[in-house]
Design a protein around this ligand. Sequence first.
Ligand code: GLU
Length: 547
Amino acid sequence: MDQIRLAELLFPEIIEDIDHYERFYPPRALPDEACVTRIGPSPTGFVHLGNLYNALIGERLAHQSGGVLMLRIEDTDQKREVAGAVEAVIRAMAFFDIGFDEGATLDGERGAYGPYRQSRRRAVYHAVARQLVLRGRAYPCFATEDELAAMREAQAARKENFGVYGKYAPARDFSLEEIERRLQAGQAYVLRFRSMGDGEHDIRVLDAIRGELTMQENYQDFVLLKSDGLPTYHFAHVVDDHFMRTTHVVRGEEWLSTLPMHIELFDTLGWPRPLYCHTAVLEKIDGETRRKLSKRKDPELALEFYQAEGYAPAAVWEYLLTVLNSNYEEWRRDNPQLDCREFPFTTDKMSNSGALFDLDKLNDIAQNVIAAMPAAHVYDQLLAWCELYDAPFAALLKRDRAYGERIVGVGKHGDRPRKDIRSWRQAAGFLSFYYDETFRREDDYPPAITGELRQQILQAYLDGYDAADEQAQWFGKIRAVAERYNFALKPKEHLHNPGKYRGSIVDVSNVIRIALTGRLNSPDLYEIIAIIGERRMRERINAAMKA
Ligand code: GLU
């Protein structure tokens, strides 16, 4: 076969060769230990947690080693592409504080190893494909869908492996004339890799998370270029990660099964293999079973979910790190004050058998993270979320910043800060009682205190109220009201002598609490009154007496 002629036929327009690109994308001038990583989301309109999960690993590996993190848009499947999806990925990653050094940006791209959108790298793929044709390691295959389906049936009937290989790859042996004739007839074709494997041998590949893997070698003549001339994932991955000088390929374990293809390509091209880091699938506990997170069933698989619910990016980071590295929680206990980026992240502390996601755990972590966050930050993030998702509450928050900071700062001081807030959505509900516009009674008054008694108690409380009272005096007056109306000062006393008292001091406090906050669960009342002020306190108590 005249490979030069074949290459000319297939790639009449290509002028550059591989050496050109080797020079154009020179090895990076970085120290040996620096990791160059990337994420390669496909713009399908659905940014999932896996994207962030892998991005975070790449970000840590790159930035804690003085390396580079890239955002590469894998848009070679034009049928699946959705308008606006690239922007959505970029915004989502920015929202979650993943800082890329290179790659696609909202107004173009940044970096010397681009283009970073695969659809714009056609010339690079074609240069490499042409080289493979010249070496006899790639050939055009004209098989139609029907022919491939018939072949599959024959393979099934004979209990043979599926795919295009050996005797099931007739186009391997087409003559140049045959190829020329078909090209002239305008027949569609794909460019296939000519594998040298027979599946009889094993290959060994080092995976940073899984250790050394032993796998059956590739023997499939897989597709390099599709009929539209764009590369398959397999080809684009190898070409891009070589020329972008990626050192660590962090990707989901769904790519493990095709890893032998990638290895044969890297080896055939004489390019060094990157270090693969195949991350575990994201799973959850669903009743009795542990299963993969599903796009259809689990809203929490979409990154949008975390934005819409208003989880602080810092909380999501903190949570993902606990899922990612088994020693993170211990480190955090020992270093409560440090930024999570100071944690020495390693791939060998990562699980390879499924990463378990648990919203309860996320909520728990988010509460801790927000409890430790300065009130001004809480206010800013809450407001930013409300501006997008709860405009009326945003307007209330904005009316008085100082007031807003005080309400989100309640219970922050002291050794055991309150953990009232886990997400901005929940916070907007939780804080609603601080504003007359959103205040409403959500819980019932204690059954021990009804009708006239409630009015008497509230009136007695109001009569005794003095804004100058310290907390102890203020509470002393509530105790006095309790005693006067025959409520036990200790809940236990009432419990042990149910006939003796109407109830306990808790009931009395709760009447005031419900009058002021509308709920049975609230932060410290004294602190709340200090914030809402005496006038509003009196108004609410008076209103409760009438209700
Ligand atoms: N486009 C691929 C995906 O979304 C990227 C895999 C990779 O990182 O290599 O799964």
